[in-house]
Design a protein. Structure first.
Length: 451
């Protein structure tokens, strides 16, 4: 099927739901009667491939970021910065071992934190470092010592000027300048499972129960002292909790029965303005009244949920549905906007039959960015859409060339990083692997609308 023929079919299948203004939460508007045609978006060419490192077994390369100056990808035992359109590396930060965890988003100053292996024969995740993405260099790296040994960590974040790392052996914190604030021995009571951070907040997740009977608490804490300013206790039966957003505070809770190993069975929004956190919305993932939602969170780590977006000003959680909401719709799935105060559906955007759609974040204006995956059956590339934060009117930003669909389909939603910035789509794997029977797969790619 030709690109123009498919685009026309996709355009006919698209409808846009307005944010609720006089409509009930179950209603879907028509977006003013305007359909957003995919073929009106500029075509993006496959501009650059980051080659897969040659490895004998699976190796971690977790992390991908986009700044004004660089596209940055974690590779095997290094972090590499490229020009925005790809090409020869602009800088490389070597590591002693593979990346174990990285902070998902850079701070406003362009800093990320990374936990990586020590490079010894029994290489384990003991090294914590801060990398300046603007300068392309490691600012410092540290270990946290306990009884003469370096403590292992599972994850790390930067929150309100504090670098916080955590693992089964305890947690540790440093200022962004590298001064240690606390060490593992301070976590004897109600140990920290992990931390989530933003420029304004540091959130701690603590377990005050036992292995067989966890009692999880989420605390908004002072970034220097870790004194709790607000504490929210998770419902009994919650086995793991992930922080989707720090402001507003949105959690993804797992009762051990999460759909398809997604790591989340319900979303909870929390008012953390008082000492005792107050639950607002409870959004079921696997059988709420609006159907099932597609989302992906790690099994046990606190951060790094994907395929969703949170709009602070709109007070909305954006999710992709498993199936279209409208009976008879030919779309692969839809996007819904769920009220963070009530859990009710404020609006929904009907998708397209050209490929599954998933929110991937917000742009600088607060509009929602949505990735439409490539269609291997039609041999077509994917696309990126923008949903207006106020009206949810859909605007196509780019469509990828069909000739590179095989490369694009190797980056599965949920198993890969997806970023969009300034007319470019970035896709990246979290692991390096041996070539499959289908030939070598790149570690990351850049699609660009700019010649």
């Amino acid at each position: 099927m030709s690109r123009s023929r498919t685009a026309a079919l996709a355009a006919a299948a698209l409808s846009v739901a307005l944010a609720v203004t006089g409509c009930g939460p179950d209603d879907s508007g028509d977006g003013g009667g305007e359909a957003a045609a995919a073929d009106s978006a500029p075509e993006a060419k496959l501009a650059h491939k980051v080659p897969m490192a040659k490895v004998s077994e699976l190796a971690h390369a977790k992390g991908m970021w986009v700044t004004e100056k660089n596209f940055v990808k974690a590779d095997v035992k290094k972090i590499v910065g490229y020009p925005p359109a790809g090409g020869a590396p602009a800088w490389t930060v070597p590591l002693t071992g593979e990346t174990c965890w990285t902070s998902p988003e850079p701070t406003k100053d362009g800093l990320i934190a990374v936990v990586y292996e020590n490079g010894k024969s029994n290489s384990v995740c003991t090294e914590v470092g801060v990398i300046d993405l603007k300068q392309g260099k490691m600012l410092w790296h540290r270990q946290a010592m306990e009884s003469g040994s370096a403590v292992m960590f599972d994850e790390v974040t930067i929150g309100n000027g504090t670098v916080a790392a955590a693992g089964t052996s305890g947690s540790a914190g440093w200022t962004v300048g590298g001064k240690q604030l606390w060490g593992p021995s301070s976590d004897a009571r109600c140990p920290a499972e992990g931390y989530a951070g933003s420029d304004e907040k540091l959130i701690a997740v603590r377990d005050c129960g036992t292995t067989d009977s966890p009692r999880l608490k989420v605390q908004t804490v002072n970034p220097r002292t870790r004194a709790a300013t607000s504490t929210f206790s998770l419902p009994a039966g919650t086995e793991n909790v992930h922080v989707v957003s720090t402001d507003p505070l949105v959690l993804a809770a797992d009762d051990g029965k999460a759909q398809g190993g997604s790591g989340v069975s319900r979303f909870l929004s929390v008012d953390d303005s008082a000492a005792r956190g107050r639950q607002l919305a409870d959004i079921q993932v696997k059988g709420g009244k609006y159907g099932k939602y597609n989302a992906d969170c790690p099994a046990t780590e606190v951060t790094d949920c994907q395929n969703l977006a949170v709009g602070k000003e709109a007070g909305v959680l954006y999710l992709g549905t498993e199936k279209p909401l409208k009976s008879g719709s030919e779309a692969d799935n839809d996007i819904v906007a769920l009220d963070l105060r009530t859990g009710e559906r404020k609006a929904h955007v009907e998708g397209t039959d050209a490929g599954e759609m998933a929110p991937i974040g917000l742009d600088k204006s607060g509009n929602v960015l949505v990735y439409q995956k490539a269609n291997m059956y039609r041999e077509e590339g994917g696309a990126v859409w923008q949903l207006d934060a106020r009206t949810l009117k859909k605007k196509p930003l780019l469509r990828n060339e069909g000739s590179a669909y095989k490369t694009e389909t190797s980056f599965e939603i949920g198993d890969s990083r997806v970023r969009y910035s300034a007319g470019r789509l970035y896709l990246g794997h979290d692991d390096a692997s041996k070539p499959s029977t289908g030939g070598p797969t790149p570690l990351a790619v850049v699609y660009s609308t700019k010649g």
